[in-house]
Design a protein around this ligand. Structure first.
Ligand code: NAD
Ligand code: TYD
Length: 343
């Protein structure tokens, strides 16, 4: 099988490439990545010499870059490429529209033209908005109700996928996953930001009261879900990917503090994110029943492994935190409240 992975230099794309090359050594992988601030070829150092792996620098929103990566054709496109951080989308939505909507459209056009056999769109539970009480869960057919420019852009890309299937029978599968965590996640997201701040002796900014909750999936469980969807999924279908492991931000914050031997005095409660979704809860029964998948990694175990990885890989995140991250946050985040009209 020849697979075009887009966004393969990011957090989950790089973990997926490594997973596939190990499990299916005969498969060919082409990685098309624009190398935005979140793209990091260091994530792929161990596979870059593998003769079954090729890297192409380019933009999924440019048809000529997509054509260059596809070459003579591929069996499947797996679209991990996206702008992914809610807070950045609030400060400046533009790039989200370009990549998450227009980029998805450009890939769909390539599939429609027969240059790829099918496409798997990697998307998020955030397109459904938020759940309002502990009994509610998002089903595959829950109405989209996105809150942030990030989730609205992802919703736009996902809707183009279903429109292409209905209108042109373009073979595409859409997935909606809960929050990922694990090694190589850019230290702007909750778990790696808090772990690395504490390792640097800095405080950790909890938004609002920290009572919001998320559902969490460890990298390896998400890779296994995409593996079964890739091999056994039905085109035109949508699959939720979830674990029912739901934790409030404060529970996670306290677990990270405990693991790093630090006290709650390191928490700094800051002004809440505007439009902050209270909770996400995914119903993954279809994927479990139809494709025989289930999560294997318990949250406490996965979190311990993740924190250990950040402890043992300071080189990886120090470069990021003293480079793009620092420049961006100095420019934008110190002015965050002012930019967002927050008190
Ligand atoms: P990430 O931010 O770590 O990486 C994104 C990658 O996409 C980077 O390598 C970046 O360079 C690349 N990219 C961005 N714009 C591009 C463009 N125009 N052309 C080519 N490459 C481009 O992302 P992640 O956290 O690994 O998320 C991967 C996918 O999973 C995204 O589609 C995201 O919406 C989805 N998702 C993420 C989560 C999560 O918790 N992180 C949860 C559910 C779904
Ligand atoms: P994040 O990792 O940005 O993922 P998402 O918003 O896509 O779920 O945030 C996870 C949760 O943690 C979310 O409720 C916002 C909260 N959060 C903080 O409290 N402080 C922070 O500095 C960050 C980045 C997030």
């Amino acid at each position: 099988m020849k697979i075009l992975v887009t966004g393969g230099a990011g957090f989950m794309g790089s973990n997926f490439i490594r997973y596939i090359l190990e499990k299916y050594p005969e498969y060919e992988i082409v990685n098309l990545d624009k190398l935005t601030y979140a793209g990091n070829l260091e994530n792929l150092r161990d596979v870059e010499k593998n003769p079954h792996y090729t890297f192409v620098k380019g933009d999924i929103a440019k048809a000529e870059d997509v054509d260059r990566a596809i070459g003579e054709g591929v069996d499947v496109v797996i679209n991990y490429a996206a702008e992914t951080h809610v807070d950045r989308s609030i400060l400046d939505p533009r790039a989200f529209l370009d990549t998450d909507i227009y980029g998805t459209y450009t890939l769909l056009e390539a599939v429609r033209a027969g240059k790829a056999g099918r496409m798997v769109q990697i998307s998020t539970d955030e397109v459904f908005g938020m759940v309002h009480d502990a009994k509610e869960e998002f089903a595959e057919d829950t109405r989209f109700d996105p809150s942030s420019p990030y989730s609205a852009s992802k919703a736009g890309g996902d809707l183009m996928c279903s429109a292409y299937f209905r209108t042109y029978q373009t073979p595409v599968i859409v997935t909606h996953s809960c929050n990922f965590y694990g090694p190589n996640q850019y230290p702007e997201k909750l778990i790696p930001l808090f772990a690395t701040n504490l390792l640097e002796g800095k405080k950790i900014p909890v938004y609002g009261k920290g009572d919001q909750f998320r559902e969490w999936i460890f990298v390896s469980d998400h890779c296994r879900a995409i593996d079964v969807i890739l091999h056994k999924g039905t085109v035109g279908e949508v699959y939720n990917i979830g674990t029912r492991q739901r934790k409030s931000n404060l529970e996670i914050t306290k677990s990270i503090l405990r693991q790093l031997g630090q006290g709650e005095d390191m928490i700094e409660y800051v002004t809440d994110r505007p439009g902050h979704d209270f909770g996400y809860a995914v119903n993954p029964d279809k994927l479990m029943r139809e494709l025989d998948w289930k999560p294997e990694v318990d949250f406490a175990e996965g979190l311990a492994q993740t924190i250990d990885w950040y402890k043992n890989n300071e080189d990886w995140w120090e470069k990021i935190k003293s480079g793009e991250y620092r420049d961006y946050f100095e420019k934008n985040y110190s002015r965050r409240n002012e930019l967002l009209n927050l008190k």
